[in-house]
Design a protein around this ligand. Structure first.
Ligand code: ATP
Ligand code: MG
Length: 421
């Protein structure tokens, strides 16, 4: 136990972290180009926030939350998703009183008690965005287009966008009646969770992963056939803007999404490369959530993207993440005096933006060179008593094997020149 990470969690070792840094860098760059600013919220929140914000009839709330009592008896939950906390912050800090729309992005760990498998963990990471304050259909498409741009930059192929419109409270009430009628005779065959959803939120049954439930609902009436004028008009405009953006999509009237708060637009990006856990990104509009959580009526739209699944997609597409570069220079030292001189030099090199390291194990010259190789150093220099006395060192280009003598007081300028800095 002691030396095993908890089930469903993963260490990102230093041999892998460059992939995460790469993704995060691209997210940040794309967000900046779209005018989105970063928001960071706590890893835990009051349980009530998710019960209300994600919805009591969702799998997340019914089965998957990490909930515990803290020492003062408060019910606390590790965030299972990123939207509800951002909405909470939006209300708490009265951000609605500023200029709209407000555009945020976040990169955060999330926690869900699920059965771990490829692309499904108990601690996973989401990149997401939220836009508050506009009900314009073009914003829905901007949100999708941000995801689309990220896939393009990463060079990911074979990802499909599916969209749907899941109505608003007005037309959904009517639709729910139709759906309940359809489900009435099938109720006994549905799983227990779905039976409990029948009264409160029957649409959620369409999203059940249980195979038996899936067979029962095959011919269920579809929300798109019952949209009110406002919702169907919104849906048509979203399609128009998608065409303007040049983004291919298909309509999938079966998309419901895992969270209760979606209204109108719901969308998913699906990868055909990663098997069963194929939804790499899901999002939609949630015009009722801010009000539901105690803020003023504020339309909003966003998405959440699983980073582990994105990494799997990259892998399955054969896309190599650019590796970090190695060290600029490694200093091989011979003897005590040289070691001290090298230690002083390191400081100077690093201060000048040159990445540098030296031996700390009193290894042989050969072993120090080998270690330098392992660090993928661009240059290696050797310094012994003689070099310190004469003030001249020899630096070796590790790729070409070429060696050059350099005056110690010229070392930094010379290296900067060689490294093109
Ligand atoms: P799924 O249907 O696969 O369970 P979901 O509808 O629960 O997904 P969302 O709540 O919309 O997913 O979360 C957004 C994204 O976060 C998903 O598209 C997925 O990429 C990722 N994600 C969700 N749950 C997990 C998990 N347990 N492990 C890894 N990634 C996850
Ligand atoms: Mg899920």
């Amino acid at each position: 136990m002691l030396t095993k990470a908890p089930k469903g969690t993963k260490d990102v070792l230093s041999t892998e972290s460059f992939k995460w840094q790469y993704l995060e860098r691209i997210f940040r760059e794309v967000c900046e180009s779209f005018g989105y600013k970063e928001i960071r919220t706590p890893v835990f929140e009051h349980t009530e926030l998710f019960e209300r914000g994600v919805g009591e009839t969702t799998d997340v709330v019914q089965k998957e939350m990490y909930t515990f009592e803290d020492k003062a008896g408060r019910s606390i939950t590790l965030k299972p998703e990123g939207t509800a906390p951002v909405v909470r912050a939006f209300i708490e800090h009265k951000l609605y009183s500023g200029a709209m729309p407000l555009k945020f992005f976040y990169i955060t760990p999330c926690y869900r008690y699920e059965r771990p498998q490829a692309g499904r963990l108990r601690e996973f990471h989401q990149f997401g965005i939220e836009v508050f304050g506009s009900s314009h259909p073009a914003v829905d498409v901007e949100v999708m287009s941000l995801v689309y741009n990220i896939y393009k930059i990463l060079g990911v192929e074979g990802i499909e966008l599916s969209i749907n419109n899941i109505g608003c409270p007005k037309c959904r009430t009517e639709y729910n009646k139709k759906l309940r009628e359809f489900l009435k005779d099938k109720l006994d065959s549905l799983c227990e969770t779905c039976q409990s959803r029948y009264e409160k939120n029957p649409m959620r049954i369409l999203d059940c992963k249980n195979e038996r439930c899936q067979t029962e609902i095959i011919d269920a009436p579809l929300m798109v056939d019952y949209l009110c004028n406002e919702c169907s008009d919104h849906f048509e405009k979203v399609k128009e803007y998608l065409e303007i953006a040049g983004i291919e999509y298909k309509v999938d009237p079966k998309i419901v999404r895992g969270l209760d708060y979606y209204t109108k637009t719901a969308f998913e990006f699906i990868s055909n490369e990663i098997g069963s856990q194929s939804t790499v990104c899901g999002g939609g509009r949630y015009d009722g959530l801010v009000e539901e959580l105690g803020g003023p009526q504020t339309p909003a739209v966003g998405f959440g993207m699983g980073m582990e699944r994105l990494l799997l997609t990259l892998e399955n597409n054969g896309i190599e993440v650019p590796r970090e570069k190695g060290l600029d220079i490694f200093i091989v030292t011979i003897g005590d005096k040289a070691d001290k001189e090298a230690f002083r030099l390191l400081n100077n090199l690093r201060k000048n933006g040159i990445s540098a390291d030296k031996d700390y194990l009193e290894r042989s010259i050969k072993a120090q060179f080998k270690y330098s190789d392992k660090l993928e150093s661009e240059y290696t220099m050797v310094i012994g008593d003689d070099e310190v006395d004469k003030g001249i060192v020899s630096i070796k280009n590790m790729k070409t094997g070429e060696q050059q003598e350099v005056k110690l007081n010229n070392l930094i300028d010379e290296l900067k020149f060689k490294l093109g800095r």
